[in-house]
Write a protein that binds this ligand. Structure first.
Ligand code: PLP
Length: 416
């Protein structure tokens, strides 16, 4: 713990005793001049790396022109961003906010309103075990993060959880009061859990059969992170509502909820927020979108993701475990709870990564990471793994039962 941190900051998380000073591309430097190869990138946020030239330029230009006129007035970047996002996502209307949690809150409100208007007041929302949708009270109730069911009671009612990746369980959980299905296309915070192929398509069919909204939380998976602009496009699935955050601003706080014509039902007074659609954030997001929606950019994300996973598979062959992920959202699932120790050891050697679970390492680099930087990251990770897991253990790969089956379902406390 940093001494100033323990004195003045509320201790909401454990942080290492370093202070980050600046960043460039895939690298960060601390106040003592130490360099780190950064595979956290603002928590899967800095899709263009640290301090990308085009964002520095647009931030400077837009800051000099107009910061925040008022959410009650239009501004040009906001209008342009809404149009471009709706075109690219096949949606009808957009609303902007600042964090992923705010975008998801707006999506939940939209679903409850839609239930009142179109489904005789149905308001129950089906979500999944081990999911993560944000830290507001409603989203803590919606999320399936283990341990959260004990925090901050009483909980907001109306959420039911089923195992992720199990379309039959979702089907069985649908009742007369159900209004929506709310899932991540890939569970990010849950440890990069990729559902079986066809899962999202089944959820789309269920939503159509039962007149429900399909809401996809693409806060972590959207904006090219998985090698498609939106992860649902891998399966050709169109949700009714989609939320975006993180990579949308590539480091600048901005988020969005997009809805198709069927789901749109907000009227004046239903939703707001002082900073919604502010031109500074919107101008940045527009520029990010221009870059990451390019087919060449997306195919490079796919190639770099393959390179990273191939290297991780070699490590898993040596030290055990399995590798999963899509595009540049990857995880190495270890055979024992050594992720925190490896993260600490790697940081000492100048590599930043995340322990998503005690046995899961998550890697979420800049979408512009260079092949040589991936090679360096894998070398540093091998060194940390050797230090913690021991040298050249006989490789024992875990089985991967449809990817989603591997994680525990012990947190399904609110299934019907
Ligand atoms: N949804 C998903 C899938 C996320 O991964 C996160 C954050 O990690 C959120 C929502 C919440 O976003 P924020 O922290 O910006 O509120």
């Amino acid at each position: 713990m940093h001494p100033e941190s323990s004195q003045y900051l509320m201790p909401i998380t454990e942080r290492p005793p370093v202070v980050i000073h600046h960043g460039r591309g895939s690298f960060l430097w601390d106040e003592d001049g130490r360099r780190y190869l950064d595979l956290l990138q603002g928590w899967a946020t800095n899709s263009l790396g640290h301090a990308p030239d085009e964002l520095v330029e647009i931030l400077t230009r837009q800051a000099a022109r107009l910061l925040t006129p008022s959410p009650a007035l239009h501004n040009r970047p906001q209008l342009e961003l809404a149009r471009r996002l709706c075109e690219l996502a096949g949606m009808h209307q957009a609303h902007f906010a600042t964090t992923g949690a705010e975008a998801n809150e707006a999506a939940l409100k939209l679903a409850r309103k839609w239930g009142r208007v179109h489904r005789q007041g149905a308001y129950e929302i089906l979500t999944t075990c081990d999911s993560f949708h944000g830290r507001s009270l409603a989203l803590m109730a919606a999320s399936g993060k283990p341990g959260w069911e004990r925090l901050f009671p009483p909980h907001i009612p109306g959420f039911f959880k089923v195992p992720f990746g199990d379309a039959q369980a979702m089907r069985k959980a649908i009742g007369p009061g159900t209004v929506a299905i709310f899932v991540e296309p890939i569970q990010g915070e849950g440890g990069v859990v990729v559902p079986p192929a066809g899962y999202l398509r089944c959820l789309r069919e269920l939503a159509d059969q039962h007149n429900l909204l399909l809401i996809l939380d693409e806060v972590q998976t959207g904006m090219a992170r998985t090698g498609a602009l939106f992860a649902c496009q891998h399966e050709g699935v169109q949700p009714d509502v989609m939320t975006l955050g993180k990579g949308l601003g590539a480091g600048v706080p901005v988020s969005a909820v997009l809805a198709n014509r069927r789901a749109c039902c907000f009227e004046p007074g239903d939703q707001g927020g002082t900073f919604n659609g502010n031109p500074l954030a919107a101008a940045v997001a527009l520029r990010v979108l221009e870059v990451v929606a390019q087919p060449d950019f997306l195919s490079e994300v796919v190639r770099r993701g393959e390179q990273l996973r191939e290297g991780l598979r070699a490590l898993a062959g040596q030290f055990g475990g399995l590798v999963r992920g899509r595009g540049l959202l990857c995880a190495w699932v270890l055979e024992r709870d050594a992720a925190r120790e490896i993260v600490d050891r790697a940081r000492e050697d100048g590599l930043l990564l995340n322990a998503a679970r005690p046995h899961i390492l998550r890697l979420m680099p800049s979408l512009r990471i260079e092949p040589t930087e991936i090679t360096l990251a894998l070398d540093l990770l091998r060194r940390a793994a050797e230090g913690v897991l021991g040298q050249n253990l006989p490789g024992r790969r875990l089985e991967v039962p449809g990817e989603a089956g591997e994680k525990g379902a012990g947190s399904c406390l609110s299934a019907r």
